[in-house]
Design a protein around this ligand. Structure first.
Ligand SMILES: [Zn+2]
Length: 462
């Protein structure tokens, strides 16, 4: 069992970790001069190593890929999040790790803490509504920082020893959320202001005005709202760069951000499970997939490859650096369209032309004064993901009516308490108390196309 005394609170990276991170980032940078052939070779080598390790240390993969050990990646079975959670204890390559203990650890987390002094763990609700728990060791965790360091280089952020750069991140401050963990870690060359998208807009504006960030980033939908505030004049900051994550950056959002601050934003794509997976370069022609650390297959509903120029129904991700909890053909429900053209910047990594759809997850409720109140998917995610249930979906039935579909509640799930909490969350943001109800389900609902929808908002008329 996990035990409080086993966990060390980590507040800043030590010098060895920083050097390792910088070394990794340099190595990643050198890959950007490679040819496509060299990238393919590198992927094959890394994948072989990962698969051999998984077959030797993960009872699940040994069984799941039995007889297919030497088959190419596209012939291997797909790993869904449901399967990941069902077989978690057998997928991890360290037998001492158990899902129940890690979940309990996350439930009690107050800041950034290591699990058993060795591991970094996060929870995710993601796009499928089934809770996911992901884990990596300390070394692997540094990879995520190195990938972020790559991103800062692409954006053109220059660090100096003299003056600390001021970063503001508007995302999540919850310690079990990957975006939240960053707010508990100190870096030597930067000063960071962590903000939470669930904080009232006015508070975000005040804190940002006071902090005056040089660089500014966070969840796309919220950054868009802040751009509108800058245009109106209530927000008065002059950052040099803006980076957006988590949700799709809509065309209007791009235009408003450019209007607000005079330059184009950088969109990044990734998730808790797969880390940073793609980002825009300064050409703004699309997002380059970090193909030296991850393989993304863009496929249709039957897991068949979708060619560039056409939008896929899902993504199968194979993470080349996580040996603790290997992800091999892990299903993500993002709709991605690859670009048929290479990028003028010359980097060999394939370009994503478009990522569709997470704005569909934003619910608008009628407000006290007749206005529309925006409910970020994260507000639902934050409140639902650690509940004692197996999964969830949220359906906005009418403008002011929301049904929570709860998958297999455990004995300690308290419906009344949950509904009250949700009501408070909505009212706190200015919504008129909506009609809320709970419905219990044995299986997640699917659309006609077989897709599971976590948050189904009413279709927006405008
Ligand atoms: Zn490029």
């Amino acid at each position: 069992m996990s035990n409080k005394t086993n966990h060390t609170a980590v507040k800043s990276l030590n010098i060895f970790q920083i050097l390792k991170m910088l070394w990794n980032a340099r190595k990643l940078h050198s890959h950007e001069k490679w040819s496509r052939e060299k990238i393919k070779k590198h992927q094959e080598k890394k994948l072989r190593k990962l698969r051999d390790y998984a077959y030797a240390h993960s009872p699940f993969y040994k069984r799941f890929h039995q007889g297919l050990e030497n088959h190419p990646l596209h012939e291997l079975p797909v790993l869904t999040k449901q399967e990941l959670m069902r077989s978690w204890d057998e997928i991890v390559t360290d037998k001492s790790l158990h899902l129940k203990d890690v979940e309990q650890f996350l439930n009690n987390l107050k800041g950034f803490e290591l699990y058993n002094n060795k591991y970094v763990a996060f929870a995710t609700g993601g796009t499928t509504g089934v809770k996911g728990i992901t884990i990596y060791n300390k070394e692997e965790w540094l990879n995520i920082f190195s990938q972020s360091a790559r991103l800062t280089k692409w954006i053109g952020i220059k660090f100096s020893l003299g003056k600390k750069l001021r970063f503001a991140a508007v995302q999540s401050k919850l310690p079990w959320h990957i975006a939240g963990a960053a707010s508990f870690i100190k870096f030597p060359f930067t000063k960071t202001l962590p903000l939470d998208v669930t904080e009232p807009m006015e508070q975000q504006i005040n804190e940002l005005n006071e902090f005056r960030p040089d660089n500014f980033g966070g969840f796309a939908g919220n950054i868009h709202l802040l751009a509108l505030e800058q245009i109106k004049g209530s927000l008065k900051i002059s950052p040099k760069t803006v980076t957006t994550t988590a949700e799709t950056l809509k065309k209007e959002a791009r235009e408003d951000i450019e209007k607000a601050w005079g330059f184009k934003p950088f969109e990044a794509y990734g998730s808790t499970e797969i880390g940073e997976a793609a980002a825009e370069c300064a050409q703004h022609k699309g997002l380059h997939i970090f193909e030296d650390v991850i393989i993304l297959e863009i496929v249709d509903n039957d897991n068949q490859p979708v060619p560039p120029g056409k939008t896929g129904s899902k993504v199968l991700a194979t993470v080349l650096w996580n040996y603790t909890l290997p992800f091999i053909r892990y299903e993500l429900s993002d709709h991605i369209k690859l670009s048929p053209d290479p990028c003028p910047c010359g980097r060999p990594f394939q370009l994503i032309q478009e990522i569709q759809g997470r704005e569909e997850n934003v619910i608008y409720l009628p407000g006290e004064g007749g206005e529309k109140v925006r409910i970020e998917p994260d507000i639902l995610f934050d409140n639902l993901v650690l509940l004692p249930i197996d999964g969830w979906q949220v359906v906005q039935e009418k403008e002011d009516t929301i049904t929570f579909l709860i998958l297999v509640p455990h004995d300690n799930f308290n419906e009344k308490e949950f509904l009250k909490k949700m009501n408070d969350e909505f009212v706190k943001r200015g919504a008129k108390s909506p009609n809320l109800k709970v419905e219990y389900i044995k299986e997640l609902r699917h659309t006609k196309l077989g897709k599971t929808i976590t948050i189904q908002a009413l279709k927006k008329s405008e």
